[in-house]
Design a protein around this ligand. Structure first.
Ligand code: PEP
Ligand code: MN
Length: 223
């Protein structure tokens, strides 16, 4: 469904950084195989989170891109390890990390010789409990003034609310984001992780259409 809606990278977690050690932790290598097979079947590169420097080699065999999650943004050993590979790295902003902290973490990867880092704004800790995190849309143009690296937004983790995802995704693109990172599930109530924030496939398809129109409009305005 997401391929049909025009998504160009497929993301899925095989190693999940759950708050509780008793929550579903992911399918590990079996999950990587499912992800790789699915990516091949639909001709989409795949990205997945790496939690442990000991897993970098294994994940390198299955995925096209590494994700470093918010909780590991300052795991400098892990950053150094992915920096030694040739695969692109999706680096998510830590929940209490400043923009400078994020850029310094990117430097850990770049300084190892891997130039392909994509920065991701996914919301920071706020005081309001209406949303899961505080979506910092200003981080997008701010990062753009400080770095040449591509920047994407993750309105799924930033808000934790499917009803807010479309407006925040559009705001991210309007602010100059190069892409979006959105969680989709066909049966959110059955999802083993983050079901309550998932969009249904038709909701995702409608949003993808709007995002493409906005992006085209912005390109027209820029030329
Ligand atoms: C995720 O992308 O599934 C994830 C766990 O996000 P974050 O690291 O931003 O919390
Ligand atoms: Mn998630």
């Amino acid at each position: 469904a997401v391929a049909e809606a025009g998504a160009n990278v497929l993301r899925g977690g095989a190693f999940k950084p759950r708050t509780s050690p008793y929550a579903f932790q992911g399918l590990a290598e079996e999950g990587l195989k499912i992800l790789q097979d699915t990516g091949k079947r639909y001709n989409m590169p795949v990205v997945t989170e790496v939690l442990d420097p000991r897993h970098v080699e294994m994940i390198d065999r299955y995925a096209d891109m590494f994700q470093i999650g918010a909780r590991n943004m300052q795991n400098f050993v892990l950053l150094t390890e992915v920096g030694r590979t040739q695969k692109p790295v999706l680096l998510k902003r830590g929940m209490s990390a400043t923009i400078k902290d994020l850029l310094m973490s990117a430097e850990y990867i770049l300084s190892q010789g891997n130039p392909n880092v994509i920065l991701c704004e996914r919301g920071v800790k706020g005081f309001d409990t209406e949303t899961r995190n505080l979506f910092d849309v200003a981080a997008v143009p701010t990062l753009k003034t400080m770095s040449h690296l591509p920047v994407i937004v993750d309105p799924s983790h930033a808000t934790g609310r499917p009803d807010l995802i479309p407006s925040c995704a559009l705001a991210g693109v309007a602010a100059g984001a190069d892409g979006v990172h959105i969680e989709v599930h066909h049966a959110p109530a059955e999802a083993l992780s983050d079901g309550p924030q998932a969009l249904l496939p038709p909701q995702y398809a409608a949003l993808a259409k709007q995002l493409r129109r906005l992006s085209n409009l912005m390109q027209e305005n820029a030329s």
